[in-house]
Design a protein around this ligand. Structure first.
Ligand code: GYE
Length: 327
């Protein structure tokens, strides 16, 4: 499920006091918003946080949850940088955090691979890493202290189980998330593990509504016999709804839609009978993250993995439930 689980090392909590500070790179620190280089002097935990982007409703809710919990009132001095879905921006932000010698680095990696050098640099600087949301696949040993996020493979499996039971003859087009991201790789593995033989085509919509729409427009041409879309997130599914309607077909009926995330817009599409089933992916774990970062900073023991709890919804969901959804 998580790549890190392939490794069987002991969970060693890094001691921040031993930092071999490589403060020699004088040119660092020009990342947007990275303004809090000095120690607050007030005992606040200085956290460098690299968010991967703002591509989806899920991501917006996740950013809000992180920012609402890593506050000065809660004892944090947060430097938050949005990478706009570009790995090179994330790597730059991470290097800036090393140059600033922050207490803890937290980041949500846009893709799984390509982090070896920067993770080694962070490790050499003695800064503990808290991995958030997505996973990494790296040759660096013991690259992070703890990871909090979803079990993406289980989400894909849940979606596949619903299809197997409710639409065993469906001809499925799979709308993939950002290629090479943990969320894409593992959801696909879980889903295809159950109903892979029903998948007639795949393309990526990069987790955005706009690209979900264009990928679906092309798929409607390429696979005229498709009867279902499995989309790796709600935003791409909402883009698919636009494309299906523009082609004169009925989403939810002519072409069923199974999705992941369960943000309010996705659940609304379920009430409106345009989506058929939505597996929840919970973005609101900022409070748990804050606790973990505190413990990591204090050298306390933390679990290697924290898997957030999630459920799933079908068309029996009510409008009241959707209206009560916090994000
Ligand atoms: O499902 C999608 C977002 O990594 C869990 O990223 C996250 C995914 C989420 O863009 O909407």
């Amino acid at each position: 499920m998580f790549h890190a689980k392939r490794r069987t090392f002991l969970s060693i909590v890094a001691s921040t006091g031993l930092a071999l500070s490589l403060a020699a790179c004088g040119g660092g620190g020009d990342t947007a918003q990275a303004g809090s280089g000095g120690d607050g002097g007030d005992g606040a935990i200085r956290v460098g946080y690299s968010q991967l982007g703002a591509e989806s409703g899920w991501r917006t809710a996740n950013t809000e949850s992180v920012q609402q919990n890593l506050t000065a009132d809660n004892g944090f001095d947060l430097t938050f940088v949005d990478a706009q879905q570009k790995q090179e921006n994330q790597i730059k932000a991470l290097r800036d955090f090393v140059a600033q010698d922050v207490d803890v680095i937290a980041f949500s990696p846009v893709v799984e691979t390509g982090w070896d050098d920067v993770l080694q640099e962070i490790k050499d600087a003695g800064i503990p890493v808290v991995l958030v949301d997505r996973t990494v696949d790296t040759t660096v040993e013991d690259p992070y202290v703890t990871h909090i996020g979803s079990d993406f493979k289980a989400e894909g499996t849940k979606a596949g189980d619903w299809v197997e039971e409710n639409a065993p003859d469906a001809k499925i087009f799979e709308l993939q998330g950002t290629l090479g991201s943990g969320a894409q790789v593992d959801r696909e593995e879980g889903f295809d593990g159950v109903v892979g033989s029903q998948v007639i085509g795949k393309a990526s919509g990069n987790f955005t509504r706009a690209e979900g729409r264009t990928a679906t427009e092309a798929a409607l041409q390429a696979y005229p016999d498709m009867t279902m879309i499995f989309t790796h997130n709600d935003d791409m599914g909402l883009g698919a709804v636009e494309a299906i309607e523009a082609a004169g077909k009925k989403p939810g009926t002519d072409i069923q839609i199974v999705s992941v995330d369960a943000v309010r817009d996705g659940l609304q599409a379920l009430v409106d009978k345009k989506f058929n089933y939505v597996v929840e992916c919970n973005p609101a774990f900022g409070d748990q993250l804050a606790e973990l970062i505190k413990k990591v900073h204090d050298g306390e023991d933390v679990p290697k993995e924290t898997v957030v709890e999630e459920t799933a919804f079908d068309q029996t969901i009510t409008q009241a439930e959707v209206d009560a959804r916090p994000y």
